[in-house]
Design a binder for this molecule. Structure first.
Ligand code: ZN
Length: 228
Protein backbone atom coordinates (compact mmCIF):
# COMPACT_ATOMS: atom_id res chain seq x y z
CA UNK A 1 0.00 0.00 0.00
CA UNK A 2 1.21 3.50 -0.83
CA UNK A 3 0.06 6.90 0.41
CA UNK A 4 1.35 9.75 -1.73
CA UNK A 5 5.00 8.89 -2.32
CA UNK A 6 5.32 6.79 0.85
CA UNK A 7 5.22 3.01 1.06
CA UNK A 8 3.27 1.96 4.15
CA UNK A 9 5.07 -0.33 6.59
CA UNK A 10 2.91 -1.91 9.27
CA UNK A 11 4.47 -2.92 12.59
CA UNK A 12 2.33 -4.95 14.97
CA UNK A 13 3.22 -4.19 18.56
CA UNK A 14 1.97 -4.72 22.04
CA UNK A 15 0.22 -1.37 22.25
CA UNK A 16 -3.28 0.05 22.53
CA UNK A 17 -3.23 2.85 19.97
CA UNK A 18 -2.10 3.46 16.41
CA UNK A 19 0.96 5.61 15.88
CA UNK A 20 2.05 6.94 12.51
CA UNK A 21 5.49 8.28 11.69
CA UNK A 22 7.79 8.83 8.74
CA UNK A 23 11.01 6.86 8.69
CA UNK A 24 13.16 7.36 5.62
CA UNK A 25 10.85 6.64 2.67
CA UNK A 26 8.31 4.71 4.68
CA UNK A 27 5.11 5.65 6.40
CA UNK A 28 5.43 3.50 9.48
CA UNK A 29 2.20 2.47 11.18
CA UNK A 30 2.62 0.99 14.62
CA UNK A 31 -0.59 -0.81 15.54
CA UNK A 32 -1.98 -3.12 18.21
CA UNK A 33 -1.74 -6.80 17.29
CA UNK A 34 -5.50 -7.35 17.24
CA UNK A 35 -6.20 -5.01 14.32
CA UNK A 36 -6.24 -6.79 10.96
CA UNK A 37 -4.36 -5.26 8.03
CA UNK A 38 -7.51 -4.58 6.01
CA UNK A 39 -9.06 -2.82 9.00
CA UNK A 40 -5.92 -0.79 9.40
CA UNK A 41 -5.97 0.20 5.75
CA UNK A 42 -9.55 1.37 6.14
CA UNK A 43 -8.65 3.40 9.24
CA UNK A 44 -5.76 5.08 7.40
CA UNK A 45 -7.96 6.15 4.51
CA UNK A 46 -10.74 7.31 6.81
CA UNK A 47 -8.17 9.54 8.48
CA UNK A 48 -6.30 10.48 5.34
CA UNK A 49 -6.14 14.18 6.24
CA UNK A 50 -4.48 13.45 9.56
CA UNK A 51 -2.04 11.14 7.78
CA UNK A 52 -1.22 13.84 5.22
CA UNK A 53 -0.62 16.33 8.00
CA UNK A 54 1.98 13.99 9.49
CA UNK A 55 3.53 13.57 6.04
CA UNK A 56 3.68 17.35 5.54
CA UNK A 57 5.33 17.88 8.91
CA UNK A 58 8.09 15.50 7.97
CA UNK A 59 8.49 16.75 4.45
CA UNK A 60 10.97 19.47 3.91
CA UNK A 61 9.00 22.50 2.87
CA UNK A 62 9.93 23.66 -0.58
CA UNK A 63 10.67 27.34 -1.05
CA UNK A 64 9.69 28.41 -4.55
CA UNK A 65 10.22 32.16 -4.07
CA UNK A 66 12.04 34.36 -6.56
CA UNK A 67 15.33 34.57 -4.73
CA UNK A 68 15.57 30.88 -4.13
CA UNK A 69 16.94 30.03 -7.58
CA UNK A 70 19.94 32.32 -7.13
CA UNK A 71 21.16 30.28 -4.19
CA UNK A 72 20.25 26.84 -5.46
CA UNK A 73 20.61 27.20 -9.25
CA UNK A 74 17.32 25.38 -9.42
CA UNK A 75 13.88 26.51 -10.42
CA UNK A 76 10.47 24.99 -10.98
CA UNK A 77 7.96 25.29 -13.78
CA UNK A 78 4.67 23.37 -13.85
CA UNK A 79 5.94 20.95 -11.21
CA UNK A 80 9.14 20.15 -13.05
CA UNK A 81 12.54 21.01 -11.67
CA UNK A 82 15.04 22.82 -13.91
CA UNK A 83 18.69 23.74 -13.58
CA UNK A 84 19.32 27.46 -13.85
CA UNK A 85 22.29 28.76 -15.80
CA UNK A 86 23.27 32.39 -16.05
CA UNK A 87 25.31 33.48 -19.04
CA UNK A 88 26.68 36.84 -20.14
CA UNK A 89 25.22 38.01 -23.38
CA UNK A 90 24.51 41.08 -25.47
CA UNK A 91 20.78 40.69 -24.78
CA UNK A 92 18.67 40.12 -21.67
CA UNK A 93 16.62 36.99 -22.13
CA UNK A 94 15.26 33.86 -20.42
CA UNK A 95 14.68 30.62 -22.28
CA UNK A 96 14.31 26.92 -21.64
CA UNK A 97 16.61 24.47 -23.35
CA UNK A 98 15.92 20.84 -22.41
CA UNK A 99 16.02 20.71 -18.60
CA UNK A 100 17.81 24.01 -18.14
CA UNK A 101 16.46 27.54 -17.80
CA UNK A 102 19.06 29.85 -19.27
CA UNK A 103 19.16 33.46 -18.14
CA UNK A 104 21.14 35.65 -20.50
CA UNK A 105 22.19 38.95 -18.96
CA UNK A 106 24.00 42.00 -20.29
CA UNK A 107 25.55 42.58 -16.88
CA UNK A 108 26.01 40.41 -13.83
CA UNK A 109 23.43 41.96 -11.53
CA UNK A 110 21.23 40.09 -9.06
CA UNK A 111 18.27 42.45 -9.37
CA UNK A 112 18.38 42.20 -13.14
CA UNK A 113 18.33 38.40 -12.97
CA UNK A 114 15.35 38.44 -10.60
CA UNK A 115 13.53 40.96 -12.79
CA UNK A 116 14.06 38.84 -15.90
CA UNK A 117 13.05 35.70 -14.08
CA UNK A 118 9.87 37.31 -12.75
CA UNK A 119 8.96 38.47 -16.25
CA UNK A 120 9.55 34.98 -17.56
CA UNK A 121 7.12 33.52 -15.00
CA UNK A 122 4.52 36.20 -15.56
CA UNK A 123 4.54 35.44 -19.30
CA UNK A 124 4.26 31.73 -18.54
CA UNK A 125 1.19 32.49 -16.41
CA UNK A 126 -0.49 34.22 -19.34
CA UNK A 127 0.50 31.43 -21.70
CA UNK A 128 -0.36 28.48 -19.45
CA UNK A 129 -2.71 29.53 -16.65
CA UNK A 130 -5.09 31.80 -18.59
CA UNK A 131 -6.43 28.96 -20.81
CA UNK A 132 -6.85 26.74 -17.71
CA UNK A 133 -8.64 29.61 -15.96
CA UNK A 134 -11.09 29.97 -18.86
CA UNK A 135 -11.79 26.24 -18.75
CA UNK A 136 -12.44 26.33 -15.00
CA UNK A 137 -14.68 29.36 -15.39
CA UNK A 138 -16.70 27.64 -18.12
CA UNK A 139 -17.33 24.66 -15.88
CA UNK A 140 -18.31 26.97 -13.00
CA UNK A 141 -20.78 29.36 -14.53
CA UNK A 142 -24.07 27.87 -15.52
CA UNK A 143 -25.14 30.64 -17.84
CA UNK A 144 -23.37 33.27 -19.88
CA UNK A 145 -24.84 36.07 -17.75
CA UNK A 146 -22.98 35.03 -14.60
CA UNK A 147 -20.03 37.09 -13.43
CA UNK A 148 -16.88 36.27 -15.31
CA UNK A 149 -14.02 37.91 -13.45
CA UNK A 150 -10.99 38.86 -15.48
CA UNK A 151 -7.64 37.43 -14.54
CA UNK A 152 -4.39 39.12 -13.52
CA UNK A 153 -1.06 37.91 -12.18
CA UNK A 154 1.08 39.37 -9.41
CA UNK A 155 3.96 38.29 -7.21
CA UNK A 156 2.25 37.98 -3.85
CA UNK A 157 3.85 36.82 -0.67
CA UNK A 158 1.88 34.49 1.58
CA UNK A 159 -1.15 34.01 -0.65
CA UNK A 160 -1.86 32.09 -3.83
CA UNK A 161 -4.62 34.31 -5.09
CA UNK A 162 -7.33 36.85 -4.33
CA UNK A 163 -10.72 37.89 -5.66
CA UNK A 164 -11.60 41.58 -5.88
CA UNK A 165 -15.39 41.90 -6.23
CA UNK A 166 -15.34 45.67 -6.87
CA UNK A 167 -13.06 45.28 -9.88
CA UNK A 168 -14.51 41.88 -10.72
CA UNK A 169 -11.06 40.40 -11.05
CA UNK A 170 -9.10 37.45 -9.77
CA UNK A 171 -5.41 37.93 -9.14
CA UNK A 172 -3.24 34.85 -9.02
CA UNK A 173 0.24 34.59 -7.61
CA UNK A 174 2.76 34.30 -10.48
CA UNK A 175 4.57 31.66 -8.45
CA UNK A 176 1.63 29.33 -9.01
CA UNK A 177 2.91 28.53 -12.49
CA UNK A 178 5.87 26.83 -10.84
CA UNK A 179 3.55 24.13 -9.55
CA UNK A 180 1.83 21.24 -11.25
CA UNK A 181 -1.49 21.88 -12.99
CA UNK A 182 -3.49 20.25 -10.17
CA UNK A 183 -2.38 23.04 -7.79
CA UNK A 184 -3.26 25.68 -10.37
CA UNK A 185 -6.79 24.29 -10.77
CA UNK A 186 -7.24 24.07 -7.00
CA UNK A 187 -6.35 27.76 -6.49
CA UNK A 188 -8.45 28.88 -9.48
CA UNK A 189 -11.55 27.06 -8.21
CA UNK A 190 -10.95 28.47 -4.74
CA UNK A 191 -10.91 32.04 -6.07
CA UNK A 192 -13.84 31.47 -8.43
CA UNK A 193 -15.88 30.16 -5.47
CA UNK A 194 -15.30 33.54 -3.80
CA UNK A 195 -17.44 35.14 -6.52
CA UNK A 196 -20.37 33.47 -4.74
CA UNK A 197 -19.20 33.65 -1.10
CA UNK A 198 -16.55 36.21 -0.09
CA UNK A 199 -15.36 34.64 3.21
CA UNK A 200 -14.15 31.15 4.15
CA UNK A 201 -17.40 30.09 5.81
CA UNK A 202 -19.10 26.71 5.60
CA UNK A 203 -21.19 28.09 2.71
CA UNK A 204 -18.00 28.91 0.85
CA UNK A 205 -16.72 25.33 1.20
CA UNK A 206 -20.10 24.04 0.03
CA UNK A 207 -19.69 26.01 -3.19
CA UNK A 208 -16.02 25.06 -3.52
CA UNK A 209 -16.67 21.33 -2.92
CA UNK A 210 -19.46 21.41 -5.43
CA UNK A 211 -17.22 22.48 -8.29
CA UNK A 212 -13.97 20.83 -7.23
CA UNK A 213 -13.76 17.39 -5.63
CA UNK A 214 -10.24 17.41 -4.17
CA UNK A 215 -10.49 20.40 -1.83
CA UNK A 216 -9.23 18.77 1.38
CA UNK A 217 -6.49 16.76 -0.33
CA UNK A 218 -5.09 19.77 -2.20
CA UNK A 219 -5.49 22.15 0.75
CA UNK A 220 -3.00 20.02 2.64
CA UNK A 221 -0.76 19.22 -0.33
CA UNK A 222 -0.19 22.86 -1.25
CA UNK A 223 1.11 23.60 2.26
CA UNK A 224 4.36 21.92 1.23
CA UNK A 225 5.23 24.99 -0.82
CA UNK A 226 6.29 28.29 0.67
CA UNK A 227 7.18 31.55 -1.04
CA UNK A 228 10.00 33.58 0.42
ZN1 ZN B 1 -10.02 32.36 -0.07
Amino acid sequence: MKIDEYEVKIKKENRKTIKISIEKNFLVVKAPGFIREDQLEKILFQNINKVRRIINKNRNLIDIGEKHFLESNNAMLLGKSYKVEVINSYVNNVEIIDDTIIISVKKDDENLKIKLFKNFYKNKCIEVITPIYKQCLDSFVEDKCSIRPRIEYKFYKGRWGAYYPKDNKIVLNCNLVKLDEEYIRYVIFHEISHTKIPNHSKEFYNVFNNVYDRVEEMRIKIKKYIIN
